[in-house]
Each structure stands twice: as C-alpha cells, then as structure tokens.
Ligand binder design. Structure first.
Ligand code: ZN
Length: 312
C-alpha cells in the first residue's frame, strides 16, 4: 500500500488558461464553444497537415499532434444523462488510511470516512473521504462522483480498488488502482462537462497503464503511427499516451456521433495503429449498463481481470 502511494500519481494535464466565470451556464457554454473552436482550429490545421493525395502532390504525413490535451476536446462523450452502473453506498465508519493529497504533495495517514460502493456490474470498491467533510457531506460528495465513475466501462473499472476524495483546488490523479479527486477541481470539470471524461483518463492510469504500457503490440502501434494524439502524450509517451488516446478511440468506435465533426479523419490519420490496437485488444463496451459486447471473449469477463493483453 505504502509502495503504491509512494509513487507519483499520474495526472490529467492542467486546464488550459481560460478566464474563469462565475455563472455556471456561461462557463458551460464557453467551454463547449472553446472545445469546438479548438477542433475547428485543428481542422484548419489539418487542411495543411492532412492534404488529400493527388498525383501532383503526395499527402503530407502528420507529424504534429492535433491536440494539446484530449480531456478538453469532446465533452459530449459522456453526458450527465448517460446511464451509470453505480448502485449502493454503505458507510463503514472512520479508519486510518494512507491517502495521497496533492495539497501536501505526498501520502498522509488520514482517519477517513470509509464507504463501500457497489455497481450493478458486480464491481465494488472502497471510497475514502477526507474528514474535512462532515459525515453527511462526505456521503453526498461520494455519491456525486460515483455516479460519474459508474458511467465508465466495466473493464476500465474492474481493477480499481479505491476512490479517494479530498477538498481543494488540485489536479486529479490515478495510480496504484486508486483514483484521486480534489473536489474544487472536480466541480470545475463538471461545469465544463468533462468530469467523466477526466475520470476516464485517471482510471486508465489506475488500472490499465501497468498492464498495457509495455505491451509490445502497444509499443509497436506507438512506433508505427505518424504522431501522437496530443502534445501532452508526445511529451510524456510512457506515462500519458494510453490515457490520452484511449478515450477518443473507444468513443470513435462506439459513440462517434458524440465526437466533434472531423474527428474520424484526424484519428485515422494521426494514430491509426493505436485505433486498431484498442479495437483488437480491448473490445470493451463504453456503456457499463449495456449487454456484453458479442465479440468479447467470455473468459475475459469471467476471469476477474481487465488485463487487456488477456484478450486475443
Ligand atoms: Zn494523465
């Protein structure tokens, strides 16, 4: 436990520098506009980077990542109205837990409020809430974030063991089968419509990175693709590329109508081998409440592991 907590948490990249507004609706509209503007700018750039093949002038191979960071660009992948597999939350009292706290930039022993959370897909985890929240408030905060967490694919959450909640304006984190949330930042993500998308990114760090980042097939896909999906992935290829790429790739496969126009072309030209890797190795259903994917091997659903490499 201490060993897991001693390692640095991977994290979502900081939010872009945009003026903060107090009005929720204004912030939301501004965020959506910014996301569309980002993609339009990208598409404009793509006109030069991804020129169609002609006899006179061969297509240029994209070499620059099309995005800065992927959690900001497609806030409609998950909507508040989408189903969640979150089911029950049971208070289990207070007990000491080692919990990473970004405000301290280290793990600390905290007499946390503990809850047992269950999901309709049979999964469960321990929720640890900093006692800076009173007991009732701790429960309401936990429920709020577990609804979003429960929107994530079953296979992504399968190896998640704990979910950690603190107050504070700090970045989220994921690692050691734990997802770390600071609620001031969380409310900002929620207002911008990217809370579940960000939890997706962090849960990849918590459950998938350790199994997948050294997989020769993933490394081969990284090598074969023309570029990275984002500058954040390019600048931290071992740490961030999986988390930066997977959300857009699974959305492209199963919820393409939720993605901004032009995304299919961008993904297929920038990271085609990564797209194929995820399609072939994962076979997840983006909706945890939907029936199992027909082409998912039954044994991978019964084995209790989400190790992507266990799938053919
Ligand atoms: Zn990250």
């Amino acid at each position: 436990m201490l060993g897991q907590l001693g390692r640095a948490y991977d994290q979502a990249m900081p939010m872009p520098l945009t003026p903060r507004r107090n009005h929720r609706a204004t912030r939301f509209r501004a965020s959506r506009f910014a996301a569309k503007a980002t993609l339009l700018a990208m598409a404009s750039l793509g006109t030069a980077l991804y020129a169609p093949v002609t006899a006179a002038e061969p297509a240029m191979t994209p070499t620059e990542p099309p995005f800065h960071g992927t959690i900001f660009i497609a806030p409609d992948i998950y909507l508040d109205t989408d189903p969640s597999a979150f089911d029950t939350l049971t208070y289990a009292g207070q007990a000491e837990r080692e919990m990473f706290d970004r405000r301290l930039d280290r793990a600390a022993t905290i007499n946390a409020h503990l809850f047992d959370a269950t999901f309709t897909d049979g999964l469960s985890l321990e929720v640890r809430v900093n006692p800076e929240f009173a007991r009732d408030r701790a429960e309401s905060v936990a429920r709020r974030y577990l609804v979003a967490l429960g929107q994530l694919p079953t296979e992504l959450r399968r190896n998640l063991r704990t979910f950690t909640l603190h107050d504070g304006d700090q970045l989220f984190g994921g690692g050691g089968r734990d997802v770390l949330v600071h609620t001031v930042q969380g409310e900002r993500y929620a207002e911008d419509g990217i809370l579940t998308e960000t939890l997706f990114h962090e849960t990849v760090h918590a459950t998938i990175d350790e199994h997948c980042k050294d997989d020769p097939r993933w490394l081969a896909a990284q090598e074969a693709d023309p570029t990275y999906i984002s500058t954040y992935a390019r600048d931290h290829p071992a740490r961030e590329d999986l988390a930066e790429s997977l959300l857009l790739c699974i959305a492209m496969s199963q919820r393409p109508e939720r993605l901004p126009d032009g995304m299919a072309k961008v993904l297929s030209e920038a990271i085609p081998h990564r797209l194929r890797f995820f399609d072939e190795q994962l076979g997840w259903n983006i909706d945890p409440t939907a029936p199992p994917m027909p082409d998912t091997p039954p044994e991978s659903r019964e084995s209790g592991t989400s190790t992507p490499t266990s799938s053919p």
